[in-house]
Design a protein around this ligand. Structure first.
Ligand SMILES: [Zn+2]
Length: 294
């Protein structure tokens, strides 16, 4: 049973960014790759007719991308009032301080090392910039510092790398955590139900309609993969390489680095549950970086 392909999750549509709702536009960064799908989604949030907007995840530190972000703000006749990060991975954060300095604003993030200014981010915060209100949700799992943002007036939920527009998210080591990730998916499901969310806006790949189905598929996918890993472990696998070779046998070579991180996260979870013992350092990060390009 091991290694079978699980059902496809997410959108099969092409994605070039652009407007999703009247208050949300995506400026797609040109950093497509195995880890970044079509590129990083830089989200510009703005209530039409108001003077300030928020930029979520400025992406790479590249002038051409800043130009595109500023052009999108100019087109809507708004100024950037805050730069906010879903998490610190470089494909989301590298350009944050440069863009903030360029626009004379601040950077807010959970991890202080990415902040510019004295305001951080905490789950439960409500951030209001101009007329745009953002509710902050702590959604650790993909990384320890992963945050999601609800735009209640817009029925949309920005998920960073916790939910992607295509395929499934990676639990990145050393600070990813599968147990926390399961809890974060439940938190997102609650938000979707409570606030009648109709769009998930991911950190990479197309915007997703049908959020409840997507989130249920994510949970099912994780449970199915974990069941496979459990079975392989029960059959005697002792290293992450053993598990990778069997459970992720059909994974394309360029995604094997991501799959290995997920294997380590799953083995760490089973170890935590007392179902697996190993001397292998499951927290060690891999040589692969998060901005590998094809
Ligand atoms: Zn990430």
């Amino acid at each position: 049973m091991s290694g079978r392909p699980l059902p496809y999750i997410g959108s099969r549509d092409d994605w070039e960014g652009g407007s999703v709702t009247p208050s949300v536009v995506c400026v797609l960064a040109h950093n497509a790759g195995a880890w970044t799908l079509d590129g990083t989604n830089t989200w510009l949030l703005h209530v039409p007719g108001t003077s300030k907007c928020i930029v979520i995840d400025p992406g790479p530190d590249e002038q051409s991308h800043f130009k595109a972000i500023l052009a999108a703000a100019h087109l809507r006749d708004c100024e950037i009032g805050a730069v906010i990060l879903t998490h610190g991975h470089s494909d989301h954060s590298a350009g944050a301080k440069s863009l903030a300095e360029l626009t004379n604003t601040k950077v807010r993030a959970l991890d202080p090392k990415f902040q510019l200014g004295d305001e951080g981010l905490t789950g439960g915060d409500v951030i209001t910039i101009g007329e745009t209100e953002l509710q902050v949700l702590a959604t650790p799992g993909h990384s320890l510092d992963s945050m999601s943002f609800l735009l209640p007036h817009d029925g949309s939920l920005l998920t960073g790398d916790t939910v992607l527009g295509r395929g499934t998210a990676v639990i990145t080591m050393p600070d990813g955590d599968l147990g926390a990730y399961f809890e974060s998916l439940e938190r997102l499901k609650e938000q979707v139900a409570t606030h009648e969310v109709s769009w998930l806006l991911p950190g990479h790949g197309p915007a997703l309609s049908g959020p409840t189905d997507i989130l249920n598929s994510y949970v099912e996918h994780r449970i199915a993969r974990l069941a496979e890993v459990r079975e392989v472990v029960k059959a005697g696998a002792v290293t992450s390489t053993d598990v990778l070779d069997i459970v992720y046998a059909d994974t394309p070579e360029k995604l094997k680095g991501a799959a290995r991180q997920s294997v380590k996260a799953q083995l760490a979870y089973l170890k935590h549950l007392g179902e697996f013992t190993t001397d292998e350092d499951l927290t060690s990060p891999l040589a692969e970086t998060l901005d590998v390009k094809d």
